[in-house]
Design a protein around this ligand. Structure first.
Ligand code: A2P
Length: 358
């Protein structure tokens, strides 16, 4: 069923999961892009109802405080856009209520990403896919988003046949509890005190864990081979869907590292034709919302400690991958604030793409 309801120029926006690591950033992103909201409704579990959150104002809405409400099926009456980041179970539970209320759900969870009737959108790459939603649009996984934003400008240079990517993912990818666990554990390890990991399978302080989300079996989406995690396979299937390209091959390894915020990625690309490193750097420098930060002689390259809080995707260490024949190989390093670029901000950019275009 095609969606026929027109989006008003000043929509009512709900944030479902407003007290979480991503939900809090969603409100800040609405403020920072000056989203023309008529009203913003903050929703969370009953535990958080009544909490107040400072609000800087946006559109015609004045600065002040917003009060968190308990999320129920009635919460979506009168809402035009519902930004969801409360986990896949909550998204599934409330999907029908959101659609019945006539709102568009922009969902940050993995619940609907690979559904055939749900567009999966990174606006710099495939904003045109907003045209065919049926009430739900999915926000991709954070590691996928920053990778495709960095690769999009390079697709004009030739077809990307193969991507080998290793991620260095921060603790905040596991939500507010992930950040708290890293901070708490770091102190305990240094003090020689005992602790029990809970947000992660192992100690995260002073460690790297090559395991994000669950290990999957072979019949998960598009026949994942044995031994991959769901986080890794999301990068494979989501990249193909966003690029509208089933032929691009993606070989990921996802690793949790003791960084509070910002994911990093080491990426090796194989093009179908020779590409010069100069052309790659020029394309990146001109890429939308991409910043080329690449001056190794002066120790300049992107790092997570530099870019927490930034909207952009930073690329450096751009160099030839000489293991690929005929000058078709390129290696690079990509850093972005995954709570913003990889989640909250991408959702808000999708919301902007839904507004009536001037
Ligand atoms: P609450 O803070 O009241 O538990 P994070 O990703 O940082 O863990 O945050 C998850 C977000 O989703 C929080 O805002 C949390 O609210 C919200 N949430 C989790 N479960 C539910 C639920 N069953 N109903 C409504 N909101 C929920």
């Amino acid at each position: 069923m095609a969606w026929t309801k027109e989006m008003p120029a000043n929509p009512v926006v709900a944030i479902a999961g407003a007290t979480g690591a991503v939900g809090r950033e969603m409100l800040k992103c609405l403020e920072q892009v000056n989203f023309p909201a008529k009203e913003i409704r903050l929703l969370a579990s009953a535990r958080s109802a009544g909490q107040t959150v400072p609000f800087a104002g946006c559109g015609d809405l004045p600065a002040g405080e917003l009060t968190v409400q308990e999320m129920t099926e009635e919460s979506f009456q009168g809402v035009d856009i519902a930004l969801f980041s409360a986990g896949a179970g909550v998204s599934k539970k409330f999907r029908q209520a959101v659609v019945d209320a006539g709102a568009v759900m922009i969902d940050n969870s993995s619940a609907f990403r690979m559904d055939k009737d749900v567009p999966l959108i990174v606006p710099e790459v495939n904003a045109e896919d907003v045209a065919w939603h049926n009430g739900v649009i999915a926000n991709p996984n954070c590691t996928t988003i920053q990778m495709v934003v960095a690769l999009e400008p390079l697709r004009a240079l030739g077809h990307i046949d193969r991507i080998i990517v290793s991620s260095y993912q921060s603790a905040s990818g596991a939500g507010a509890k992930g950040m708290a666990e890293l901070e708490d554990q770091a102190g305990k390890v240094l003090a020689g005190e005992d602790f029990e990991p809970s947000a992660f399978a192992h100690q995260i302080a002073f460690n790297c864990i090559p395991h994000i989300d669950v290990f999957i079996d072979g019949d998960y989406l598009n026949d994942a081979p044995e031994g991959y995690t769901k986080e890794e396979w999301k990068m494979v299937v989501e990249t193909k869907k966003i690029f509208h390209d089933d032929t691009v091959q993606v070989a990921p390894t996802c690793v949790r590292v003791p960084v509070l915020r910002c994911h990093s990625e080491s990426i090796n690309l194989e093009f179908d034709r020779p590409v010069s490193i100069e052309a790659v750097k020029e394309a990146l420098a001109n890429g939308k919302n991409v910043v080329l930060e690449d001056d190794p002689a002066n120790n300049v390259y992107p790092m997570p400690a530099l870019h927490a809080g930034s909207f952009d995707t930073f690329v450096g260490r751009v160099r030839r991958d000489a293991t690929v024949a005929d000058d078709r190989g390129v290696a690079m390093w990509v850093v972005a604030d995954q709570l913003l670029r990889g989640a909250a901000l991408n959702a808000v950019y999708i919301a902007q793409a839904l507004l009536p275009q001037a």
